[in-house]
Design a protein around this ligand. Structure first.
Ligand code: PFF
Length: 462
């Protein structure tokens, strides 16, 4: 069957740009603004950034092309797409479980993503109202700990963020997703540039650039290499069908290769710009870049409390973080909603309410991880419910999903089907992509995977 005759039942993006914006919205999120700066800080800066860029090129870009390609050819939710494509290629129907794996990962990630995004909402109120002004590091820490120690407050912010997400998703592809990214993404870029503009005048911009771009390989451990690879996955939203489902709404004529290059470049630029906004502020205030996950919630507010106009710039920063998280969260739930509409014949509104309800309920586990379940009694292998969920999804489910997606595309699907969907001839560029996707990408992903489940640990730390 020629795939072009299949139409997506949920509607299509109105243009190539709508798709590029939506996929960039999915990619740019807490991963870029919260996680990338702190893992760069923890892993010594420039050399880590370089490895991360190599990972984006060798793992991220090939897998993203594969995911979009599968989505557009299947034209359905990831489960039905995988089932159709496996049938079309005369392969086993069990490939649909790849779709299930992704949908499950999406709901699990959303359940904690929404809790962390809720912190950003809480911080917007606090920074905007000047709570941090003149506070010492201890004062700022107290604010953080009193927030996370209060399950009721966390629940309220989590509920608010998830409701914002559900409202967009319930409205559908064109009037919900597309409208949201059309306004939020340009605004996000403007806010980021305002912050970088401010950071350039802090007097520590050069120092931050040196930190981000001067590669000192002595600071790089084998572990950092694997962290960089794992992050390439998370930041590009790969391995769970989010990009696949967005690809299923993509019009036929759009070039997958060009779109992928734009999305990956935009995501990388936002991460680097976030670094260029955050580190000068951190250095100018004599704070440490390697503070870990608290960099944004515990270190940065100290700086906002000290600098002139800190309330304004702090508020700008948290609005930026909220927008970024919002456009990512909608893509985490879309695969499940699409599936429920297709298979359970539900309306979109009802499907969104149900899927959101499940994520909301699971979010309680993450909320309690910071307070009533934070004791050792509630830990498994020394990890809280939140740590376990984060570990399971980012280190196991996403790499596994990505590995299977790329294997299906370049080992299971016929080469002609792949070429016809990409709309390319058998030229040198296609051959390079095919070769990298067949050999380099799966081996690299397999390495992250083995690392995550601990098989490589004894080799790396003898
Ligand atoms: N890419 C998002 C971020 O960097 O925050 C996180 C994410 C969104 C991961 C959607 C996976 C996904 F499907």
């Amino acid at each position: 069957m020629k795939p072009s005759s299949r139409e997506p039942i949920h509607g299509q993006w109105s243009s190539r740009w709508a798709f590029v914006l939506a996929a960039t919205g999915s990619a740019v999120g807490l991963g870029n603004i919260w996680k990338f700066p702190y893992i760069t800080g923890e892993n010594g800066g420039g050399a880590f950034v370089l490895v991360y860029l190599v990972c984006i090129s060798l793992i991220g870009i090939p897998i993203m092309m594969a995911e979009i390609l599968l989505g557009r050819r299947g034209r359905r939710s990831p489960i039905n797409t995988m089932r159709h494509l496996a049938q079309e290629e005369g392969r086993h129907g069990a490939w649909r479980y790849l779709g299930w794996l992704g949908i499950l990962a999406g709901v699990l990630i959303l359940s904690y993503y929404s809790v962390i995004a809720g912190w950003a909402l809480a911080y917007l109120v606090r920074t905007g109202s000047g709570v941090f002004t003149g506070l010492t590091a201890d004062g700022v820490n107290n604010i953080f700990y009193s927030l996370v120690a209060d399950p009721e407050r966390l629940l309220a912010w989590h509920t608010l963020f998830l409701t914002m997400t559900m409202v967009v998703v319930a409205r559908g592809v064109r009037s919900g997703l597309e409208q949201a990214v059309r306004y939020l993404m340009p605004l996000l870029l403007v806010l980021l540039l305002v912050l970088v503009g401010y950071a350039m005048n802090t007097g520590a911009f050069q120092q931050a650039l040196g930190f981000l771009f001067y590669p000192d390989f002595s600071k790089l451990s084998p572990n950092s290499v694997l962290i960089a690879m794992g992050h390439a996955f998370f930041t590009l939203s790969l391995g769970m069908g989010a990009i696949m489902v967005y690809g299923s709404y993509l019009p036929r004529h759009v070039s997958i290769t060009h779109a992928t290059l734009i999305i990956a470049t935009a995501d990388t630029l936002v991460a680097l710009l976030a670094g260029m906004a955050i580190f000068p502020i951190v250095f100018a205030n004599g704070l440490a870049p390697g503070a870990g996950p608290g960099l944004i919630f515990q270190t940065l507010p100290i700086a906002f409390g000290r600098m002139p106009g800190g309330e304004f710039f702090g508020a700008v920063f948290f609005v930026l973080l909220i927008f970024a998280a919002w456009t990512s969260a909608i893509s985490l739930i879309e695969p499940l909603v699409a599936y429920m509409v297709e298979n359970l014949r539900m309306t979109r509104v009802r499907a969104t309410a149900l899927a959101g309800g499940v994520a909301w309920f699971l979010g309680l586990g993450t909320i309690f991880s910071f307070n009533i379940w934070s004791g050792d009694r509630y830990k498994l292998w020394g990890l809280t419910f939140f740590d376990l969920l984060d570990y399971l999804t980012v280190n196991i489910m996403l790499p596994l999903g990505g590995l299977l997606i790329v294997i299906f595309t370049v080992w299971v699907m016929r080469r002609e089907s792949v070429m016809s969907e990409l709309g390319v001839k058998d030229g040198p560029l296609f051959r390079i992509w095919y070769l990298v996707s067949r050999y380099v990408t799966p081996v690299a992903v397999l390495l992250i995977f083995l690392h995550a489940i601990g098989v490589l640990q004894p080799l790396l730390n003898p």
